[in-house]
Design a protein around this ligand. Structure first.
Ligand SMILES: *Cc1c(COP(=O)(O)O)cnc(C)c1O
Length: 393
């Protein structure tokens, strides 16, 4: 692939929407001298919990940490299995291995690109040892959480959502973050709410929240802010477990509170860009991204286009041509069954996941970041139409 063009005309695949509010707030944190977990994290947690209708929201230094803490708090360990989807980022599944448990992978539904729920039910029925169901809201299109909740209840398994792509989002009228035992959000730089690195885990369960709070900071029973702010015996603390170092900094939370305040505005902008692309691409040899059902809110994190067999360019050639035209794009995802670690450890074959495989071979993700100008959106649409127009020109 040719090296990225850094000319001023280059349209990157993703860019965070950082404004003067974020910059001023980070300056305030720097001037305050309190850089790590403190009052900004508290505020971000309160406001985020409110925004997604959860009882508890815990700030973390990554989304991956949220999945790890949730599974740990649910007691997942060696001998347990966690059901998830092959069409995801490796973080979804690696946390299962952190705990010595094993993943059970299912294919995707080609309509929604989310996990296939018939296969999910089959595995729950036939595969012993599944303790947790871990769906991923691919690209921000919510999974059918009504059906998933029913499956979890019927088969007696816990529910943890990978909502790295799904803020803000809702399924069947319920906000993502308010539904499952625990829900993870990622604030990695490319995500819909970006703090550089960062994440949040939400739960309505007081006991899970308490365990995750302790484990996110070395297994200490009070967090660092309490320790240094309380009047008496600031030096005193107790370690009750070998915990992790997963707390967020106030620097990140200061960005987060402003990102949160504009999250719906940014979502609407991505939705508008999506609509522009959908209109422009209607007659091309492509499958347009799936649309949400009634009662669903799509975060519009990714715009995933699938090339049909009669497209004039292969997916790889298309990415190359876009790059030459000064447009960044990406592929979501290289499915887990294609990576040596997962393939070899679990004996996975491409033939086991035909839908994920087909999607991977034919898909590319176009830029949908809210700061794109109307002219940039038009340029992407025009170049894609030129490259995929059946007349070739
Ligand atoms: C980004 C991402 C994660 C990991 O989030 P981090 O904040 O980078 O740890 C997990 N799952 C999916 C599907 C992701 O896209």
């Amino acid at each position: 692939m040719s090296s990225p063009d850094h000319s001023p005309d280059f349209i990157p695949f993703a860019l965070p929407s950082i404004g003067p509010e974020e910059i001023a707030e980070v300056s305030r944190v720097l001037e305050s001298g309190w850089l790590t977990t403190g009052k900004y994290c508290r505020r971000f947690e309160t406001e985020f919990a409110e925004a997604c209708g959860a009882r508890h929201a815990l700030t973390l230094n990554s989304g991956t940490a949220g999945l790890h803490l949730a599974l740990e708090a649910l007691g997942v360990g060696p001998g347990d299995r966690v059901l998830t989807v092959t069409h995801t980022f490796t973080a979804t599944a690696e946390v299962i291995r952190y705990l010595g448990a094993d993943p059970v992978f299912v294919d995707i539904d080609p309509q929604t690109l989310n996990l296939d729920l018939n296969q999910t039910e089959e595995k729950l029925k036939n595969q012993p040892g599944i303790k947790v169901l871990l769906p991923v809201h691919f690209g921000g299109l919510p999974c059918d959480m009504d059906r998933i909740t029913q499956l979890a209840e019927r088969y007696g398994v816990a529910l943890v959502e990978d909502a790295a792509h799904a803020f803000p989002a809702a399924s069947g009228g319920r906000k993502i973050g308010s539904i499952s035992d625990a829900t993870m959000f990622s604030f990695y730089v490319t995500k819909t709410l970006a703090t550089g690195e960062g994440g949040m885990v939400c739960t309505n369960d007081d006991k899970l929240a308490e365990r995750m709070k302790v484990m996110r900071l070395h297994g200490i029973s009070k967090d660092v802010f309490n320790r240094y702010q309380s009047r008496k015996a600031a030096w005193e603390y107790e370690v009750i477990a070998p915990g992790f170092k997963y707390n967020m900094t106030d620097l990140a939370a200061a960005i987060g509170v402003h990102q949160l305040a504009k999250a719906e505005k940014l979502r609407l902008r991505r939705e508008w860009i999506t609509g522009e692309y959908n209109n422009a691409f209607q007659d091309l040899p492509v499958i347009l991204p799936p649309e949400p059902g009634p009662g669903d809110i799509h975060s519009r994190h990714l715009y995933v286009l699938r090339l049909k067999a009669d497209a004039p360019l292969s997916r790889d050639a298309m990415i190359e041509a876009l790059s030459e035209a000064g447009i960044g794009s990406s592929v979501h995802f290289i499915p887990l069954h294609r990576h040596p670690y997962w393939r070899e450890r679990y004996g996975l074959k491409s033939g086991d996941f035909p839908q994920s495989e087909r999607c991977f071979q034919s898909c590319l993700s176009l830029p949908v970041w809210p700061g794109m100008t109307d002219i940039q959106v038009g340029r992407v649409a025009q170049v894609v139409c030129r490259l995929l127009g059946k007349d070739g020109g």
